[in-house]
Ligand binder design. Sequence first.
Ligand SMILES: [Mg+2]
Length: 363
Amino acid sequence: MVKLEKIDIYEVEVQRKSLFRIATGTSSTVRNTVIIIKSRDNEGWGAGAPTRVTGETLEGISEALHLIKREIEGKEFETPEDAINRAENLIGKHPSAMAAFDIAVYDLFSREAGLPLYLYLSERHGTKPRERIMTDMTLGIESIEKTVEEALRSKKAGFRALKVKIGLDFEEDMERIEAVRDAAGKDIMLWADANQGYSVDNAIEASDILHDNEYLFFEQPVKWDDFEGLKKVGEKSKIPVFADESAKSIEFVERIAENHIADGINIKLMKFGGIRRAVEVRNIAKRYGLKLMIGCMGETSLTVAAALHLAMAFPEIEYADLDSQFMLKEDLAEGILFENGFLSIKGSGLGVEIKKKTLKTMG
Ligand SMILES: [Mg+2]
């Protein structure tokens, strides 16, 4: 049994190094709600990132976590899932708030067990863990010249995979796709994400250009609720089509799987409500033969570490887009290692240390 002796909730706001633009908007800062759960001997950390995908706000996440605090502080639980189920019963559908609590609980329980989280998870689920994961670096939407510059800079920094954001200007995108391939060379893996920006016809045309330029897959080409359109693009496309915004909850993942709407799912802890739910998505994907990738929202190393552990524990997760922490001027936590395009992490629990002075107490 682990007793959740004390729960503290904070807010953190960190600046990005530069403005990040995708088809659905731009952002200059990352704001998260942070939760710290203390047992007698250890601390577990988690955070929630508000996004338009789940429709949550920072204030809403904080309120939900305060409700959990009121009801759960001082209680003992046998497993992380017991604590997470209890919290979910309290706050209902609140994916990013649940992700914050879920990550902190898994961090705490794996620290109590003296194991890195990925080994704790792989032991409990009987999987063969990996020691490191390759990540891409995302190229936000900029002029073609700037995109090419960023591609070369990322290659020089050691990245072996790049995700090219498209979806604002179709004609320019087609040039961008080719320009990045030409600049990056054949030894760099490329994929593209339109963040819902295309019509079905444009998406099908784009998928041909992506295929010709040896891009590995195509993420969220059309509007999230156009399931028929997404399926049509998938049927015509010669490269796999991944659902991200369309796969905004477990229910939608089931719908996508049962109706063969996409070839793959982008797992994000903030969309599904943390690690426990992400494991469910992995189970559905396995059952239906869907591909898996893992991504993140505007997050810091704290929760990117949780996604990294999940991907290290579950080898079915084929691609990783865990790069939000690289885009921050000042990170909330440290501990994720980056070498030759691969991420790894050491130590028990999440394996990261929070810089507590960056935290602000909430209400
Ligand atoms: Mg995406």
